[in-house]
Ligand binder design. Structure first.
Ligand code: F6P
Length: 357
């Protein structure tokens, strides 16, 4: 057996742990591992790849990013926006297949999010031996209760909020933190609760400025003169529009900028000095937490097990403290969003967090 592995889409902490898991488990079986560089692009002739042996993965557990490189653009982008599905052109698939055949790859592990797994599904339907490993710091794939990278991102948010808290208190300001979360507000909600935010704005729960202003004025009257606000980049402004950076960069539309807009409006409505901070890619970089290292490693080991059993077209999945698998078909296009009536949201409200609704 020769197992190929590639990372595709945005990077996230824990990708190297998956590589570590795949290489370690494959080596035990006496299999060779080929790592393709820069996502699916590494499959295009003449092929950009490296042979991975256990010694090549020494020390990578603690590294952010991916030693293989990745891309969320290129010839294999199957999704360019919410609901937009594009097929990878047949001539591109044929070229990539040529590399697979020349190298004798008998299983290809794709570590990617919804878009990359959509490409994986197309290839599987065309007869490729595909195994998926879910990757999204947004933690928004419904077929898995958790993805690696999320815990690291939340830790970064909490660290940022702890810092904003002290400066905000000192100046009696409203401090606003914009965090990632394209369709789902998990990073904002988890980070916000753990970091002691007073207001958390999510893509799933429409907010009004009246509600937030009333809440902040009430806090002021109670003697709390500083307020911490977390807003997910994918939250909609009250008129329904999502704030974007540029129209299209060859991949998905880039989100960002809602933090500054909300901050300006709140300053105007409350008369309080307000500062906004965008956390951006700090959430994606850096060393993974212990939890993400372990989860990534387990995902890699399970991917090899699926290959060993010949269970292609499956995606590794984490459910009820157990790593298992689901069919890629049932995993893609199914986002796991924050339910406005869920226990977590109710708990956040119970401790006085304003969701803006
Ligand atoms: O989907 C993961 C994600 O981190 C989103 O939260 C964010 O909108 C996007 O990727 C950023 O992508 P890029 O690295 O292309 O700016």
């Amino acid at each position: 057996m020769k197992i190929g592995i590639l990372n595709s889409g945005g990077d996230c902490p824990g990708l190297n742990a998956v590589i570590h898991g795949v290489v370690g488990a494959a080596d035990q079986l006496g299999w060779e591992v080929i790592g393709f560089r820069d996502g699916f692009e590494g499959l295009l002739p003449p092929g950009d790849f490296t042979v991975l042996k256990p010694k090549d993965t020494i020390g990578i557990l603690k590294l952010g990013g991916t030693i293989l490189g990745t891309t969320n653009k290129g010839h294999f982008a199957a999704k360019v926006g919410k609901g937009d599905i594009a097929e990878v052109p047949p001539e591109i698939v044929a070229k990539a297949k040529q590399t697979m055949d020349e190298l004798g790859i008998t299983a290809l592990v794709i570590v990617g999010g919804d878009g990359s797994l959509t490409t994986g599904l197309q290839l599987y339907r065309e007869g490729w031996p595909i195994i998926g490993v879910p990757k999204t710091i947004d933690n928004d794939l419904s077929a898995t209760a958790f993805t690696f990278g999320f815990d690291s991102a939340v830790s970064t948010v909490v660290d940022a909020l702890d810092r904003l808290h002290t400066t905000g208190e000192s100046h009696k300001r409203i401090m606003l933190l914009e965090v990632m979360g394209r369709h789902a507000g998990w990073i904002a909600l988890w980070g916000g609760i753990a970091g002691g935010a007073n207001v958390v704005l999510l893509p799933e729960i429409p907010f009004t400025f009246e509600k937030i202003t009333e809440f902040i004025n009430q806090r002021d009257a109670q003697g709390y003169h500083s307020t911490l606000v977390v807003v997910a980049e994918g939250a909609s402004m009250p008129d329904g529009h999502i704030v974007t950076l540029d129209a299209n960069t060859g991949g998905e539309v880039r989100l960002g900028g809602i933090g500054e807009q909300v901050a300006a409006k709140l300053q105007k409505l409350t008369g309080k000095e307000t500062r906004a901070c965008t956390l951006g890619h700090l959430q994606r970089g850096g060393s993974p937490t212990a939890l993400d290292r372990i989860l990534g490693m387990r995902f890699g080991v399970m991917a090899v097990k699926l290959a060993e059993e010949g269970r292609f077209g499956r995606m590794v999945s984490y459910q009820s403290y157990h790593v298992d698998s689901v069919s890629i078909e049932e995993a893609v296009h199914q986002l796991r969003l924050v339910e406005p009536e869920s226990e977590l949201v109710v708990a956040a409200k119970a401790v006085g967090i304003c969701l803006g609704d």
